[in-house]
Design a protein around this ligand. Structure first.
Ligand code: NIG
Ligand code: FE
Length: 438
């Protein structure tokens, strides 16, 4: 479980001798604004950029942030063991990807031709493809295989600048295989530098064995899966795919109420294909975050703004479904809804790159580069309730950051389809180094 932040003890970290300094940053995006988190409305535009910035770290924490001159006047520059010259470069907080399905076996590249023939997501699922195909293959996979697959994905995510990621189960749909997926997440969280936040998504689809008796499956989730998962502390969140033909609002409510009783925090996939009044339900249940929201109605959106539920927008999904229909991000921002961005990485929508998601968010949902970057950092941290630890660059927070080989944040969506990351610093250590790019 998440323990209270050390960030409040800012003074403890300020003044410590740094072991790493990144200096002459052309743009150092700190996200340290006067606003609380998450940022809403026009607050999303304020990146609190320091030009010719410097950021220094000690162990896994940020101990200095300011201008390069400021640093040189306060510290003995020559004594810092590791120095990174970020002239002409952009430095930002590490990306936080708050909605993913990274634990699976088998792939679904064959579904592209079905989509090209005009088959819809739900038609592919009904024909035994989609989630159900991945379920068949994930059930057969060993724990070791799932860990191996997950590790590859996490390595790619890290190479693209992600430093914290949420990961869902949901391709097992039996108690045993859901637990197998969550154990894979637990192992990866210990082995891999990235921080991984586990979510139980047993209610991802009705498994074939329960096709004619979905309520029995819901009983299994409520009386067997949730208690066991909570007992073993295998998940922090519980999610449900609330959608026409998948789980109804009533079933979603029942599952999430049970999860809350067992200490899991609620999230929901809502209104992706059809408006099932998911936004209203998410507000009533006080979900921490909700995913998709392509079809949510205005009443529901207003309720979300009032109740502070974060809308995690997943523009990779409509892109892969060839829908040309994206979540109404501008309307949400106008209404005062806090929005975050995530990859939704899954075998239907397979990208590790938050850079790609930022591009899609700008070009297809009309976010500005500043809004998209806010949504992919501090607001994503809020979607996982980690804003006291990560999401902005401030003294005492975790030293999770990215050095990009571009001069400013407007380049992020502009120069697209390639990895612009030069270095990734995770917990104060250089974990990715693409120096050959320069
Ligand atoms: O968020 N919509 C439900 N779940 C995933 C897709 C899972 C899959 O297709 O394998 C999503 O898009
Ligand atoms: Fe999803």
């Amino acid at each position: 479980m998440f323990v209270a932040s050390t960030y409040s003890k800012k003074e403890v970290f300020s003044g410590l001798e740094p072991d790493l300094i990144i200096y002459h940053c052309n743009e150092l995006v700190t996200m340290n604004t006067k606003y609380g988190a998450p940022r809403i409305g026009e607050e999303m535009l304020e990146l609190a950029i320091i030009n010719d910035g410097a950021i220094a770290t000690k162990d896994d924490r940020i101990v200095f942030i300011g201008t390069t001159n400021d640093f040189i006047s306060k510290y003995e520059f020559g004594k810092v063991p590791t120095k990174i010259d970020a002239s002409n470069k952009l430095v930002t907080p590490g990306f936080i990807d708050p909605h993913t399905h990274i634990i699976f076996d088998g792939t679904r590249e064959n579904e592209l031709s079905m989509k090209l023939e005009g088959k819809t997501y739900l038609e592919i699922l009904k024909a035994g493809g989609g989630i159900l195909k991945t379920v068949r293959e994930t059930r057969k996979a060993s724990l070791e295989k799932l860990v191996e697959n997950g590790k590859k994905i996490l390595n790619r995510m890290m190479a693209c600048g992600t430093t914290m990621v949420e990961a869902k189960s949901g391709y097992g749909l039996t108690t045993e295989s859901e637990i197998k997926q969550l154990r894979a997440i637990q192992i990866l969280n210990k082995q891999h530098p990235l921080d991984i936040i586990p979510t139980f998504l047993g209610a991802h689809a009705i498994p074939p064995e329960y096709e004619n008796n979905p309520n029995e499956y819901i009983k299994l989730i409520i009386s067997d899966m949730i208690p066991k998962i909570a007992e073993e502390n295998l998940a922090e969140y519980c999610d449900v795919f609330c959608e026409e033909g998948i789980f109804t609002g009533k079933q979603t409510n029942k599952i999430l109420k049970t999860a809350i009783r067992y200490g899991l925090k609620p999230q929901i996939h809502i209104d992706e294909i059809v408006d099932t009044n998911g936004a209203l339900l998410a507000s009533e249940i006080k979900a921490i975050q909700t995913g998709h929201l392509l079809k949510s109605n205005d009443e529901g959106l207003k309720a979300m703004a009032e109740s502070g539920v974060i809308a995690t927008l997943l523009p990779g999904t409509p892109f892969c479904l060839m829908l040309n229909d994206y979540a109404p991000a501008r309307k949400m921002i106008d209404l005062g809804i806090a929005i975050a961005l995530a990859t939704d990485l899954n075998p239907n929508c397979w990208t590790e790159s938050m850079q790609m998601i930022i591009t899609l968010a700008c070009y297809n949902m009309k976010l500005s580069p500043a809004e998209a970057l806010t949504a992919a950092t501090i607001n994503s941290a809020c979607a996982l309730q980690r804003q006291d630890e990560v999401g902005s660059l401030e003294i005492g927070k975790k030293a999770d950051l990215i050095v990009f080989d571009i001069p400013n944040h407007q380049f992020l969506p502009y120069h697209f389809g390639v990895n612009l990351v030069l270095k990734v610093i995770k917990n104060g250590k250089i974990v990715v180094d693409n120096e050959f790019l320069t």
